[in-house]
Design a protein around this ligand. Sequence first.
Ligand SMILES: NC(=O)C1=CN([C@@H]2O[C@H](COP(=O)(O)OP(=O)(O)OC[C@H]3O[C@@H](n4cnc5c(N)ncnc54)[C@H](O)[C@@H]3O)[C@@H](O)[C@H]2O)C=CC1
Ligand SMILES: O=C(O)C(=O)CO
Length: 324
Amino acid sequence: MKPKVFIARPVPPEVEAYIAKHCDYKIWKNPEKIPNHILLEEAKKVDGMLVQNAAVTRDFLSQLPNLKVISNTAVGYDSFDLDAMKEFGVIGTHTPFVLDETVADLVFALILSAARRVPELNNYVKQGQWNKDTKAEELFGTDVHHATLGIVGMGRIGEKIARRAVFGFEMNVLYHATTPKPDLDEKYGMRYSGLDELLSKSDFVVLIVPLTDSTRHMLSRDQFRRMKSSAYLINAARGAVVDESALIEALKSGEIAGAALDVFEKEPVDLDNPLLKMKQVTALPHIGSATAKTREAMVMKAAENLVAGVTGEVPENVMKELKT
Ligand SMILES: NC(=O)C1=CN([C@@H]2O[C@H](COP(=O)(O)OP(=O)(O)OC[C@H]3O[C@@H](n4cnc5c(N)ncnc54)[C@H](O)[C@@H]3O)[C@@H](O)[C@H]2O)C=CC1
Ligand SMILES: O=C(O)C(=O)CO
């Protein structure tokens, strides 16, 4: 008998065909996010499920004694209660590597948007403010090439950002991570530093760490005070790595020059969030990995992990904390 799985999001036909070969399956085909109560009811009937950042809580897991595998279609898995998963013996998988280059590209879109004021000046043109009285200085931005980039998080994606920074933009790169990476220091001519030093020396600070107890509100009032008043914050990690109210204060008081954000503490972001009213803030709707090709690769990777898990193989991408 084939294992039973529930696919809690629409998937491309080739992914469905792959799952069909190995499992009895049901798919949530509605483009709207699956409501939690339906996800729970479906999860009760299966050995494994494929989700996109579902809230996998202790309470949720406690109602699913037969569930063996949850495959997430994302690299970050901060919405998963890993202690409870260990306790209930549920395997969790994610989709690293296949999105690294795409997310690193987006980080540079954010850096350049902030530095050269791309969204702000795009509005300037479209709203008819560009006219014969426009003064050249009004449109000045900040150079990215040869500037100092501080990367907080030097994992899979951090390295791709460093590579672009060094070889593409000839930037001076500092990084902060749980441990130094001497092999990468040599490869990219960059330097490990403490967080405080990185903040005080960087022209652009990029966040690309997982959201955990140790990174939640890693950037708050004290950290913004250490940054240069000409510096920009780029957050492509998770919204809660930044204390958003401290960021709003830092931007209002001119402690930092601007921010470019792909992620927010609450998503979708509320329209009355003060960040959205600030012209020195670029805001994107969490699109780090959002190209058609990369999203397809992520879903296929998630399907492969799911099938491996429910057929008794060891999935390729078990969440780090759940590896035995
Ligand atoms: N905006 C978006 O669409 C996307 C966001 N992400 C986020 O980016 C995160 C990083 O992804 P990867 O590079 O694949 O992860 P990774 O696990 O390969 O690297 C994480 C890095 O963060 C560092 N780190 C962890 N805790 C730290 C701490 N307390 N202090 C300093 N450094 C710390 C680690 O040492 C490592 O260098 C994901 O967990 C996800 O939340 C990932 C993909 C897309
Ligand atoms: O993969 C992730 O963690 C994301 O944020 C979505 O691309």
